[in-house]
Design a protein around this ligand. Structure first.
Ligand code: ADP
Ligand code: GLC
Length: 488
């Protein structure tokens, strides 16, 4: 099969969260299954061209938008055998932020930036003579691709046969913008109806993508069910339900080439389930790095997260001080985003010296250190389409403490205090109380049932969420989309 991914992020080149991890990894595993895959992403200013050996590939390339032609250049880099193409457009992508400025304000021209990216990705297929069987688009940013194939390219010798798969990584972000972007995006006003792109007078790019895509999936089975309900669907449940069996969940995988304590070159020492001595070194070094009291027998709770409402960190803010006042624990926190949360968590180390460490910002290496050096990993998400960090944690023998929602529920098995079975600690209620008491449960397990801790860690490290299985499920989804397209 020939597959083109068009996306806003692709690790290691450009990433703000799990979308980047998925788009960075899945194509490699599809390639290993014998498929021909290319990836198209923007060339953001933050991409280090020298480090990744970007080279000029094509251009100038003309891209027809609805009311004008845009021009761009295309560069390419190799990612483990997968060509990743970078669309260079000075006005749209030569900015440091992917989606917003330094103050976290969304760029007002985001629909144009990503609409253009999507069109450019399709144009590139034509210019490279790469006739895809499937165009795989991700989130609202490139959801338009599914519509473009049907509205603009149905008759095209290169693109006319392509089916579309839309993956929803997060339904809370829908790409809702004023309708005056419609002409630029090349969507005739006939598309501005409630059954397509119109949403209470605005343009909803994800909604239109859902309607037009041959097949739609999300990133865990539980989240697929949750998004079919009024609460979880953020307004789009009826459109997902209308897809019937053409909407389902495929659990994300983990790229164990990047996230594996036995081989991780970023952490202070490597370790395995058979020999955890390296984990003790990682813990000591983490405590040093974040100015925590160096203590082998005080449990460290790690947090690595975008600071956004979804992640439930405002609930943690309500109980973290009670936790450190009443329990002998430490926190290692890494994240950025909401300015209020940045200020709150950023000032905790000064108030709870040696007990709470926090780095406000984005730091790939520190994320690995926290995975390796912590005893527990906390994710109190209000909702979580999949979540990757809890799966990384399992591999690093760092027991997840999670709210039982979406992918967190699908990947963490509840600890059974009677038998010692399970891989982590789960709670249901989205509240500070539930976080407080579940952290307490984990901490008491650490101190009072060390034999269970050992068993939990062993079971956690043996979990296998490798991409191979998920990649096969994606191949089935592609086949379904192709079948659908041919039948239609
Ligand atoms: P989401 O995509 O909603 O942010 P995921 O759990 O799927 O959540 O993926 C988050 C990814 O982003 C992980 O690889 C995590 O390590 C990384 N990440 C998030 N915040 C930071 C940060 N401040 N520094 C480094 N990595 C981060
Ligand atoms: C989104 C979700 C996260 C998921 C990631 C990758 O950012 O918030 O749960 O793991 O996409 O699919």
């Amino acid at each position: 099969m020939r597959i083109v991914f068009i996306a806003a992020e692709c690790a290691p080149f450009a990433k703000t969260g799990g979308l980047g991890d998925v788009v960075g990894a899945l194509p490699q595993y599809l390639r290993a299954l014998g498929h021909s895959v290319m990836v198209v992403v923007p060339r953001y200013a933050s991409i280090d061209a020298a480090r990744y050996h970007l080279r000029w590939a094509h251009g100038p390339m003309g891209v027809w938008m609805g009311d004008r032609e845009e021009w761009c250049a295309v560069h390419v880099a190799d990612s483990h055998g997968v060509p990743v193409y970078f669309i260079e457009h000075e006005g749209y992508f030569n900015r440091w932020g992917l989606y917003h400025d330094a103050h976290f304000n969304d760029y007002a021209d985001n629909p144009r930036r990503f609409g253009f990216l999507t069109r450019a990705g399709l144009q590139l297929c034509k210019d490279l003579n790469f006739a895809p069987d499937v165009v795989h688009v991700h989130d609202w940013h490139t959801a338009l691709g599914a519509a473009y194939l049907k509205i603009w390219h149905w008759n095209d010798p290169i693109l006319g046969g392509a089916a579309s798969l839309l993956t929803i990584h997060n339904i809370a972000y829908q790409g809702k913008y004023p309708a005056d972007h419609l002409p630029y995006l090349g969507l005739q006003w006939g598309n501005f109806t409630p059954d397509k792109f119109e949403d209470n007078g605005a343009l909803n790019l994800l909604k239109g993508g859902i309607v037009y895509a041959d097949v739609v999936n999300t990133v865990s089975p539980s989240y697929a069910l949750e998004t079919r309900t009024p609460f979880g669907g953020h307004g789009l449940a009826p459109y997902l339900n209308a897809k019937g069996e053409d909407y389902f969940g495929i659990l994300n995988g983990v790229d164990y080439n990047t996230w594996n304590p036995q081989t991780d070159a970023l952490i202070p020492a490597r370790y395995s389930a058979e020999d955890l001595s390296g984990k003790a070194i990682c813990k000591r070094e983490l405590q040093r790095r974040l100015d925590l009291v160096v203590s082998a027998d005080t449990p460290v709770i790690g947090v690595v997260s975008r600071f956004v409402e979804q992640k439930g960190l405002h609930l943690l803010a309500q109980c973290i001080e009670g936790i450190v006042q009443h329990m002998r624990v430490q926190f290692a926190i890494l994240g950025s985003g909401d300015k209020g949360l940045e200020r709150y968590f950023g000032t905790l180390p000064a108030r709870y010296s040696g007990r709470i460490g926090c780095y406000v910002g984005y730091n790939e290496e520190l994320a690995h250190w926290i995975e390796a050096g912590s005893d527990f990993f906390l994710m109190p998400s209000l909702f979580e389409p999949c979540g990757l960090n809890q799966m990384y944690s399992l591999k690093y023998g760092t027991l997840p403490i999670v709210r039982a929602t979406g992918g967190l529920n699908d990947t963490v098995q509840q600890y059974d205090e009677a038998t010692g079975e399970g891989t982590g600690f789960k709670f249901d209620e989205p509240s500070a109380h539930a976080i407080y008491y579940t952290v307490g449960w984990a901490v008491s397990t650490y101190y009072d049932r060390p034999h269970h801790m050992q068993r939990l860690i062993r079971t956690a490290m043996a979990q296998d969420f490798s991409w191979e299985r998920s990649a096969e499920q994606y191949v089935q989804a592609y086949q379904r989309a192709i079948h659908k397209k041919r039948a239609g």
